[in-house]
Write a protein that binds this ligand. Structure first.
Ligand code: 2P0
Length: 320
């Protein structure tokens, strides 16, 4: 048997940054995200009694299986299996976009591997499993809007879908620097937790913001949704900046885009900026305003991608 699953990447409106349990990946705060339609990972898993070790290819190229083996060990334990697996992943994310997150990767792997191992996990349990690979992957199990409840144990820390909104949400991804070497978010978030004096304040504020975001989404209050989105990102980056050693993902062009977004808002265009573990800026807006957002960023016109809400993770194929 082989099983192929697809999961889409997501962008957090209310951010996840920092773990209180590194092994179980339990976060300090809840987070809220929008799964995107255009960017996804397809992963095929085949358990094979003849294999002596896991094998992993990414976009057709052999990779070290260490990380995924640790993840597959969790699946094997749940399925009472000792078999190793062939794993083949293909990322459908423009390589320059800086969106090739572990979110879609581990959500697709969790679904393909669990199903292939004979487990039929409920969405909540699939989310808990994906979380063990990468925190943000817990949210990519779901389409559209999702909330990852921070919980206080492996059982209580999971994501779930939020009600669909009638707002035509769009993300304009501005590729500020495609060539930037990635600074590991896992290492940096641990250092923020350990050294930033602003981190406890961020945790308190961000947990409050997650609750406020759920209310703003239910009320379809785009202004409030945008304000909360921009604040969660800005405050996360402020906490990162205050770490020891001081660090920022911001580049000069990152600020250029932030200022352009502020100018757009002053002109009445609904647009709010958010950033993750890199210099690229994602602009949360509404479909009718996408043209105005694009027009405000002429120097980035060849480096813009527009995405809308994406679907939940799903099995594409189960073959003998
Ligand atoms: C997020 N990020 O909420 C935040 C905002 C980046 C900035 O989740 O260590 O790859 O694997 O749990 O999920 C990126 O971190 O980290 C991330 P791990 P992950 O989307």
């Amino acid at each position: 048997m082989t099983t192929t699953a697809r999961a889409h990447t997501n962008i957090a409106l209310i951010k996840y940054w920092g773990k209180r349990d590194e092994k179980l990946i339990l976060p300090y705060t809840s987070s809220v995200s929008l799964t995107l339609d255009d960017f996804y990972t397809d992963t095929t898993v085949q358990f094979d009694p003849h294999l002596m070790a896991d094998q992993f290819t990414l976009n057709g190229r052999p990779q070290s299986p260490d990380k995924i083996s640790a993840f597959l060990d969790i699946v094997r334990a749940q399925a009472h299996s000792a078999q190793f697996a062939h794993v083949a992943s293909v990322n459908h994310v423009p390589t320059a976009a800086g969106l090739a997150s572990s979110a879609s990767a581990y959500a697709a792997l969790a679904l393909a591997a669990s199903r292939e191992a004979g487990l039929q996990l409920a969405p909540r349990d699939l989310s808990r499993l994906a979380r063990r690979g990468s925190g943000s992957a817990s949210r990519s199990v779901f389409g559209g809007l999702a909330i990852w409840h921070r919980g206080d144990s492996d059982l209580t820390s999971f994501a779930e879908a939020l009600p669909e909104t009638k707002l035509p949400l769009r993300m304009v991804v501005v590729m500020v620097d495609a060539g930037q070497k990635k600074v590991s978010s896992r290492r940096l978030m641990a250092n923020t937790v350990a050294t930033s004096p602003y981190y406890p304040a961020w945790v308190k504020d961000n947990e409050r913001a997650a609750g406020d975001m759920v209310k703003a989404l239910a009320a379809a209050d785009f202004t409030r949704i945008g304000e909360l989105t921009e604040q969660s990102s800005a405050r996360m980056h402020a906490a990162i900046f205050a770490s020891d050693p001081a660090f920022t993902y911001f580049q000069p062009a990152t600020l250029t885009v932030w200022h352009a977004v502020q100018t757009l808002r002053a002109q009445g265009v609904p647009a709010y900026a958010t950033m993750d573990a890199g210099p690229n800026v994602k602009i949360l807006t509404l479909a009718p305003a996408v043209a105005a957002v694009k027009a405000a960023l002429p120097e980035f016109k060849d480096r813009l991608l527009v995405a809308g809400p994406g679907r939940a993770a799903k099995v594409l194929e189960e073959a003998q």
